[in-house]
Design a binder for this molecule. Structure first.
Ligand code: SF4
Ligand code: SF4
Length: 198
């Protein structure tokens, strides 16, 4: 049966009306939910935490003051690889690498400008040795902006932070009884980075 034009128009109008009513109901429900939440809070007892008298314990993973941690054997974890510095979106980490007699690298100096740091945690993510870590200590505001530039002696701590047992040098870069680096099955010889120098 072929529908005439009037019938088609009527059906189209009906569908449009139903859609409009549905949308209107959804909007009204949204407003009602919002007002209900506000109304509920009008009768709640106010709850105020007096800071600094009361300091709310923050989760261990809260991101604030940055530290440089040590291995369980007391050695500095930082191998001055510059990864944290490279990944930092505001370029607030700088350092100078140096080498011990046994070839182990360390940071001769290490500096973080907390006046620029946005506590994003990317440096911690990038660090291969778990050296750099963010802590929940957020009370480091100062009036003097230059005092927010922390040197290595202020960053280096005497513990392993969140990763107490990890020891990078027990897993990487060590010569084992089985053989030197690159001598294991299917392992490629290490790249001599100095051979790429001009
Ligand atoms: S937390 Fe983010 S901004 Fe701060 S030093 Fe690390 S990478 Fe840079
Ligand atoms: S803190 Fe970690 S990422 Fe940054 S230079 Fe040291 S070892 Fe590399």
């Amino acid at each position: 049966m072929v529908k005439d034009n009037n019938q088609e128009m009527n059906e189209k109008n009906t569908v449009e009306k139903v859609t409009l009513v549905t949308e209107a109901l959804e909007i009204i429900k949204g407003f009602a939910d919002g007002f209900a939440t506000t109304f509920k809070h009008l009768f709640r007892k106010p709850f105020t935490e007096e800071y600094p008298e009361y300091k709310r314990p923050l989760p261990e993973r809260a991101r604030a003051r940055i530290i440089l941690t040590r291995d369980p054997d007391g050695g500095e974890r930082c191998v001055a690889c510059y990864l944290c510095s490279a990944v930092c979106p505001v370029s607030c980490i700088s350092m100078q690498s140096a080498e011990l007699k046994d070839g182990r690298r360390y940071a001769a100096w290490f500096r973080i400008n907390f006046g620029r740091c946005i506590y994003c945690g990317l440096c911690e993510e990038a660090c291969p040795t778990s050296a750099i870590q963010l802590t929940p200590d957020f009370e480091m505001c100062r009036r003097e902006i230059l005092s927010l530039v922390y040197e290595k002696k202020e960053l280096l701590v005497d513990h392993g932070g969140k990763d107490k047992e990890y020891n990078f040098y027990q897993y990487a870069g060590v010569v084992t009884d089985v053989g030197d680096k690159g001598s294991h099955i299917q392992e490629e010889k290490p790249v001599n980075i100095k051979s790429n120098m001009p």
